[in-house]
Design a protein around this ligand. Structure first.
Ligand SMILES: NC(=O)c1ccc[n+]([C@@H]2O[C@H](COP(=O)([O-])OP(=O)(O)OC[C@H]3O[C@@H](n4cnc5c(N)ncnc54)[C@H](O)[C@@H]3O)[C@@H](O)[C@H]2O)c1
Length: 469
């Protein structure tokens, strides 16, 4: 009898183990497995008939018809910006609450633009996506709504533009990639920080070789949100951070570095390790407004990434402690260095100074930033072409110093001219997956986590990042 029980017990173990191998069942119910000390997330095969969106350009759209979903703190400024761009028709506005839609109608009326159709309530966004007369759905809702809305929009034949981060899990990043590849619709994350003036200028400098090889980048989101927490609809942001560890808002810091390092245009992020502090401020916030002292997100989270070519990126996330606003933004190159916060500075090697064509009328050794007047000369000379065209107008429109307007303008310009968008769906996935990857690392004592290759092996096909013109 005893022998028989042992036999059945062993049989059960064998069956479960075979099942796990055959059906990729994960005994700890995590979406990843650990191999040779590295965490690997599951990566789905590309479905038959589905093809890459690298370099994808849709047919030009002469008049771009847009619908907006999510009109809280951020959404209305997007409505205003679009009302200022030629070749755009704002067809529909949607929010859970009709009063938020009304506020945006007023923005349109003040601009002398025709009123848009209105949607509200739980299902309004679906009706907006189902309309025949919309080309682009612009999504500015809480994080957990981004993917369902973007996917539904693409399924309904619309291009999707979605706020940051585009997705909060690796599985959802794949869902965006697969839906975009299958429907042949763009899915662009609205990462505005790649369009900030210093980032664009220094990207141009990097692309012209002034920094040599960009071997290390630092980026982050350090922004005490104490004035804002209670303003998010239904407290969604605090509730999310209360549940999850990790760098949940990495894209502002990471995006500009990925462009300068040609990520998935010749290099790729290979693995990361993350570490966080305990939560002090988060716990206080949770106690005050959520009635719990449990708070998962560390007050300060740090992540280190290594690329295939042997470069490194450091990211920081801190939305809790009192500090000056800071996205870090540093590029370390073999021939130069640029730094954005707290003061913008550029340092160039003697060779790069000579190559820059800017007068070398001081001793510009590679140990200090360029003096103010030469800094200004370099900045003026290396302004990115897309900035030159739009800078003055963008600054007048406002929105984070003009970068929001440049972003929207570029999105409209590329769609109207049938060009590839500045940020493709792989950027959206790569920059957004940091949230779950960093969490997995932290929850496993900072174990390295492999990046999924969302391009499925095509990360080296395009040589160097360029804005389409
Ligand atoms: N790129 C940037 O610089 C930047 C800055 C701020 C916010 N954001 C992003 O913008 C998004 C919105 O942030 P926010 O600060 O405006 O938040 P918010 O809470 O002020 O606004 C969200 C809005 O979405 C609406 N909404 C929620 N669920 C909805 C649904 N099912 N259907 C229709 N409407 C729905 C809410 O009613 C609310 O008005 C977030 O993804 C955030 O990360 C980006």
């Amino acid at each position: 009898m005893k022998k028989r029980s042992i036999f059945y017990a062993l049989l059960l173990v064998v069956v479960v183990a075979c099942g796990a191998v055959l059906f990729n069942l994960n005994p700890n119910d995590k979406p990843y497995t650990i191999k040779n000390g590295m965490i690997h997330f599951e990566a789905p095969e590309r479905a038959p008939g589905q093809t890459s969106m690298l370099g994808f350009a849709a047919e030009p759209i002469q008049t771009l018809r847009v619908g907006f979903i999510g009109l809280g703190m951020r959404g209305p400024s997007a409505v205003k910006r679009f009302s200022l761009i030629d070749g755009v028709e704002i067809k529909a506005l949607c929010d859970l609450y009709p009063e938020n839609v009304e506020k945006c109608q007023k923005i349109l009326a003040d601009r002398g633009v025709a009123a848009a159709d209105e949607y509200s309530g739980e299902e309004g966004w679906k009706q907006l996506c189902e309309r025949e007369d919309i080309d682009l759905v612009y999504i500015v809702t809480p994080w957990e709504w981004h993917v369902p809305m973007a996917v539904y929009a693409m399924e309904q034949g619309k291009h999707a533009a979605v706020e940051v981060p585009a997705a909060m899990t690796v599985e959802d990043c794949w869902l965006l990639v697969d839906t975009s590849e299958r429907t042949r619709k763009h899915c662009m994350m609205l990462e505005n920080c790649v369009y900030d003036h210093f980032e664009l200028t220094t990207l141009n400098m990097a692309q012209q070789g002034l920094l040599g090889e960009v071997i290390h980048g630092e980026g982050g989101y350090i922004h005490g949100l104490e004035r804002f927490w209670h303003q998010y609809q239904g407290n969604w942001r605090l509730i999310y951070n209360q549940k999850y560890r990790g760098d949940v808002y990495a894209t502002h810091g990471l995006g500009p570095i990925c462009f300068a390092m040609d990520i998935h245009r010749g290099d790729k992020m290979e693995y990361l390790v993350s570490m966080d502090t305990d939560s002090w401020i988060g716990k206080e916030l949770a106690e005050k407004s959520l009635g719990t002292t449990e708070f998962a997100n560390g007050d300060h989270t740090s992540t280190l990434i290594r690329t295939h070519k042997g470069k490194t990126i450091e990211l920081q996330h801190n939305v809790y402690t009192p500090r000056p606003y800071n996205r870090l933004y540093q590029l370390t190159g073999t021939k130069g260095f640029v730094n954005k916060y707290p003061v913008e500075g550029i340092l160039l090697s003697q060779e790069s100074v000579q190559n820059s064509g800017v007068a070398d009328h001081e001793d510009l050794s590679a140990h200090k930033f360029l003096p103010k007047e030469i800094f200004e000369e370099v900045v003026e000379k290396y302004r990115h072409p897309i900035q030159k065209e739009l800078m003055e107008y963008a600054k007048k429109v406002g929105g984070h110093g003009g970068m929001d307007f440049i972003m929207d303008y570029r999105l409209v310009y590329c769609l109207r001219n049938g060009l590839p968008l500045d940020q493709d769906v792989y950027d959206a996935a790569e920059w957004s997956c940091i949230g779950e990857l960093s969490r997995a690392s932290i929850e496993n004592n900072s174990m390295p986590v492999a990046f999924p290759d969302f391009t499925r092996g095509e990360w080296d096909k395009i040589k160097g990042y360029r804005f389409a013109q």
